[in-house]
Design a protein around this ligand. Structure first.
Ligand code: GDP
Ligand code: GDP
Length: 412
């Protein structure tokens, strides 16, 4: 489940960690070379054109050489004072002077990033031990993550929110030990994802308890387009609450699609759940109304209403949903969506939410969903919680959705 999402987040943790560690190493090698540098300071006094020339001339070469060497040269270049004094030295030739100016520019560009941090610390040596993560360190990696998330069917606003949150958390973080980077990044990602998934909403279990006290049945209406697994999900929810000691009744309110009444009846019979049905083409609201009356008469605690699911853009369908809602006043309207359809599923949820107002979401086929884009995005986009995940084809393959569980799945 959600393997691809997991890969992307873990990849990001690795990349940020590598990047910062690499820079840290480079800076550490600069610090190691400090002793050498002490010696080199002696060169400063009787500035000898030849030796300066050598230093400047070696710069491009050293960059392609070993880290240590480039670190050392980088350090030399990192002392603009050296060239400042050189400039004042009248014995310098015009040629050397211009070379030194160039090298000074290089220094400024190359040290621009470090200078922010340096100003916070007393100097380059403490900076090595207190690397501060900058925007520049993580910008490219976060951009890459954002693109990967979008490719993985994560909604744009969700991808943006994650990147913003991670950036806010990481930039300015002081790194003291190498392990800190991956720890901080992991925590920043966890926090970002928790924020996305943590959505307030109605809780079926609480509502059921409350309904039980009043003696009224809890009425749940299931909406969503055909083929997403709506009827199977109603059968799963029946099973789930039968096991918890409740007695459900199902309303076959998809009176439109050929075979829909038979399909839901088949599940109900297998589970031994009472089903209220009319003829094909009957008023769906009337079927739902009868099911509520039945539950009241027989003291059943739960009414589960199946509904039709033509294209979500169908005006008749939305009118039909509104009518059922008007007639039975459901306590909960649950949108059932197929996790595998990614963005489509999110879009459909928005349409149903606009038309009738959704209270919660069940995503089916999560067991087959490697991408995880819909699972990560759908609740945030419509600001309604995911209540359950469908995790297979049998009646017991359903689990209550917990944000902490999802975070654990994808960040671990
Ligand atoms: P409906 O048209 O929306 O009522 O869809 P159905 O309930 O008939 O389900 C369509 C297909 O999806 C069936 O083959 C189901 O077994 C399958 N299905 C439903 N939920 C899940 C699930 O959580 N995981 C998997 N793997 N298959 C599911
Ligand atoms: P109302 O009862 O007067 O508000 O009208 P309905 O919304 O129930 O629709 C009237 C008729 O249109 C129904 O009897 C159906 O035969 C037909 N109809 C058209 N589209 C649909 C549909 O999506 N579902 C159902 N059940 N009937 C539909």
């Amino acid at each position: 489940m959600f393997e691809s999402l997991k890969k992307k987040f873990n990849g990001t943790i690795g990349k940020i960690s590598d990047k910062i560690t690499e820079e840290e190493k480079l800076e550490a090698s600069e610090s190691e070379s400090s002793e050498l540098n002490e010696e080199s300071k002696n060169l400063k006094e009787p500035i000898n054109v030849e030796s300066t020339d050598n230093a400047v001339g070696k710069v491009p070469e050293s960059e392609s050489e070993s880290e240590t060497k480039s670190g050392f040269m980088g350090f030399l270049r990192g002392k603009p004072k050296l060239s400042e004094e050189n400039k004042d030295n009248s014995s310098l030739s015009a040629e050397t002077e211009s070379k030194l100016e160039t090298s000074e520019d290089e220094v400024n560009v190359e040290n621009a990033e470090a200078s922010e941090d340096e100003s916070e610390n007393s100097g380059i040596f403490s900076f090595v031990r207190h690397k501060t993560i900058s925007d520049k360190d993580i910008d490219d990696i976060l951009f890459e993550l954002e693109m990967a998330l979008l490719e993985g069917d994560v909604a744009m606003e969700v991808a943006e929110q994650i990147i913003t949150s991670v950036r806010e958390d990481l930039v300015g973080c002081k790194i003291k030990r190498r392990n800190d980077v991956s720890e901080f990044t992991k925590e920043a990602l966890k926090k970002a994802i928790e924020k996305i998934l943590d959505i307030e909403g109605k809780d079926i279990n609480v509502l059921l308890e409350e309904a039980k006290k009043t003696g009224e049945p809890l009425k749940i209406m299931f909406v969503g387009i055909n083929g997403t697994g709506k009827t199977t999900t109603i059968a799963k929810i029946s099973t789930y609450y039968i096991e918890k000691g409740y007695t459900p009744v199902i309303a076959a309110s998809d009176t439109f699609r050929a075979g829909a009444i038979e399909q839901i009846s088949h599940h109900a019979d297998k589970l031994g759940v009472k089903i209220i049905k009319h003829k094909k083409g009957a008023d769906p609201a009337a079927v739902a109304f009868d099911a509520v009356e039945h539950a009241k008469a027989k003291g059943k605690e739960l009414v589960l209403v199946d509904t039709a699911g033509r294209m979500q853009t169908n005006v008749n369908l939305m009118d039909e949903m509104k009518k059922i809602k008007r007639v039975i006043k459901p306590d909960l309207i649950i949108y059932v969506g197929d996790a595998l359809t990614g963005n489509d599923s999110v879009e459909q949820a928005q349409k149903f939410n606009d038309a009738v107002g959704i209270d919660g979401i069940i995503l089916t086929k999560a067991d087959a969903d490697a991408k995880g884009g819909a699972a990560l995005s759908i609740g945030y986009v419509i600001q309604k919680p995911i209540l359950f995940l469908g995790t297979g084809q049998s009646y017991s393959d359903i689990m209550e959705f917990k944000p902490e569980w999802m975070v654990e799945q994808i960040i671990g």
